[in-house]
Design a protein around this ligand. Structure first.
Ligand SMILES: NC(=O)c1ccc[n+]([C@@H]2O[C@H](COP(=O)([O-])OP(=O)(O)OC[C@H]3O[C@@H](n4cnc5c(N)ncnc54)[C@H](OP(=O)(O)O)[C@@H]3O)[C@@H](O)[C@H]2O)c1
Length: 250
């Protein structure tokens, strides 16, 4: 297994999540963080796995600074929009894993989707699986296209549910619930419903049917919603996120 990890951009949001989980996984943990002022190449020379958690627009500078210290170490990128091909070319290294986490990784409930080049070893893959399991669930996919699709669904996904929460809070206030009580009701309902769904093999439609009796309150709400149109809006929204992920990918 790996002894020494370098996290380029380790003081950022995703970087800190990686550092915290590497400290749990490595035994003993040796985790170095590179900030803008660091001597990246020097730090890279002694590391056997190097993470990139900078913003995509900062990757080129970070790659140029790190490249002289890279000699076939495992590279793991958590950056949106930087393709596996670009990572391999700019770092001149074949052993690359590209991963896309989401924000709940911060509390160990993330969904991380990743893809590995053929030069990555079984040990490399076992290492990232163990690491990403500490952050929640993980899924290996075949290629960058599936990373872009996952970006539209799971990486951007928490924001869609925050939007639903915002709108339910507004609606709760509209029918007269105090804001603090509405927040508790909405957030705990989202938590409970998503846990129930995650723990069940049934489809969301069938669980919804179980809690929707004919002539009841849930049916009264749902029959007012234009479900087919709503589905169209979601298709358009998720497609827009996927297209944007492809546009940003270089
Ligand atoms: N946040 C999310 O929910 C999320 C989810 C999935 C993927 N991602 C991906 O994760 C990456 C980082 O996002 P973030 O939200 O964590 O950004 P962030 O909080 O801004 O963190 C990026 C860090 O990189 C540092 N940095 C910039 N250039 C550097 C360099 N040359 N060498 C070393 N460090 C450098 C920044 O330092 P300064 O403070 O000096 O700028 C900052 O501390 C992005 O590519 C994003 O697409 C984020």
């Amino acid at each position: 297994m790996y002894k020494h990890a370098l996290v380029v951009g380790g003081h950022g949001t995703i970087g800190q999540i990686m550092v915290a989980n590497l400290n749990k996984l490595l035994n003993p943990p040796i985790v170095t963080v590179a900030n803008r002022q660091s001597h990246h190449a020097q730090l890279a020379q002694t590391a056997d796995v190097i993470f990139f958690t900078v913003k995509p627009q900062d990757f080129s500078a970070a790659a140029t600074a790190t490249k002289p210290g890279i000699s076939n170490q495992l590279i793991i990128s958590l950056m949106a929009g930087v393709s596996t091909t670009t990572l391999v070319q700019q770092l001149n290294n074949q052993r690359v894993i590209r991963a896309m986490p989401n924000l709940p990784a911060k509390i160990g409930l993330g969904m991380t989707v990743w893809t590995a080049t053929t030069a990555s070893t079984t040990t490399d893959k076992e290492f990232v699986q163990a690491l990403f399991r500490l952050m929640g669930q993980q899924l290996e996919v075949m290629n960058d296209q599936m990373i872009d699709q996952a970006t539209a669904v799971s990486a951007s996904g928490p924001a869609y549910l925050f939007l639903l929460a915002e709108q339910l809070l507004q609606a709760a206030s509209y029918i007269g619930l105090p804001a603090d009580q509405a927040r508790l009701l909405v957030t705990e309902t989202l938590r409970g419903a998503s846990t129930l769904l995650a723990d069940s093999a049934a489809s969301p439609a069938s669980i919804r049917a179980q809690v929707t009796s004919t002539g009841g309150t849930t049916a009264a709400a749902i029959t007012t919603l234009p479900l087919a149109e709503l589905q169209q809006y979601w298709n358009t929204a998720i497609m827009a996120a996927y297209q944007r992920a492809k546009e940003l990918s270089h």
